[in-house]
Design a protein around this ligand. Structure first.
Ligand SMILES: Nc1nc2c(c(=O)[nH]1)N[C@H]1C(S)=C(S)[C@@H](COP(=O)(O)O)O[C@H]1N2
Ligand SMILES: [Mo]
Length: 224
């Protein structure tokens, strides 16, 4: 008697089968939404003498670059809005960043044809690897402002990367060197049991057996 559309119109609203549906498919599996901004890193927050600070771009490039902070600020500025997802199970929606799109930096560099992967080197002694093809998207950036303010030191001032479509450990705070590579090489967490690709929507957390991270661990960290 009724076609499907009619039936749907008459049906009482039903509870979404999962919280994720209510969130419009934006929350990856196993993640919890937070409004606060957790602060996570290994080691101490670095301090800089900005006169001496440089961003090095090297590896499979025709000519290596050494950029001062002024050089970085003089590159075209863009603004992005994105959701971020940490492997310790927190996600934060609608974060706003300002900085230089990776593809705008790339347009200033002559890559060697062999360049296919990138290692981001950061303080203190942090590395993370991403395929070059992944960095060409419109929302991958070297950020120096968050939510309309300069980055705070704990969130990566003076410069951090934002790679929104990968778990947040792929977004290096305090980035100092961008190395283009022929072959892929694992970074810090990638060598320590975490997934090389790290796609939150594919639940790519670990390279082997799941590591025992307590589900509420992130709630005990520092926030702002
Ligand atoms: N240099 C550096 N960058 C880093 C890390 C780190 O330990 N050192 N931790 C990563 C991880 S695991 C996460 S979740 C995010 C946290 O960024 P936030 O403190 O701004 O939330 O930074 C990433 N970038
Ligand atoms: Mo993380």
């Amino acid at each position: 008697m009724h076609n499907k559309a009619e039936r749907l119109k008459k049906a009482k609203p039903i509870a979404p089968s999962s919280a994720d549906e209510a969130l419009g498919g934006r929350l990856p599996p196993g993640q919890t939404l937070t409004a606060k901004f957790p602060i996570l890193h290994e080691g101490e927050v670095p301090r800089y003498d900005m006169e001496k600070w440089r961003l090095t771009v090297d590896g499979e490039v025709e000519e290596a670059l050494e950029l001062t902070y002024e050089d970085v600020l003089a590159l075209p500025t863009s603004r992005i809005e994105c959701d971020i997802h940490c492997v310790t199970r927190w996600s934060k929606f609608d974060t706003e960043w300002e900085g230089v799109l990776f593809k705008d930096l790339l347009s200033r560099i002559k890559l060697k044809p062999e360049a296919r992967y990138v290692m981001f080197h950061a303080d203190p002694d942090y590395e993370t690897n991403v395929p070059l093809s992944d960095l060409l998207m419109d929302n991958v950036m070297l950020a120096y402002r968050y939510a309309g303010e300069p980055l705070t030191d704990k969130h990566g001032w003076p410069l951090r990367t934002i790679v929104p479509h990968r778990y947040f450990w792929k977004s290096a705070k305090w980035v100092r060197r961008i190395e283009f590579m022929k072959e892929d090489r694992p970074g810090f967490w990638e060598r320590n049991g975490f997934h090389n690709e790290a796609d939150p929507f594919e639940d790519q957390r670990f390279s082997g057996e799941a590591l025992p991270i307590p589900e509420d661990e992130w709630t005990r960290k520092e926030f702002d």
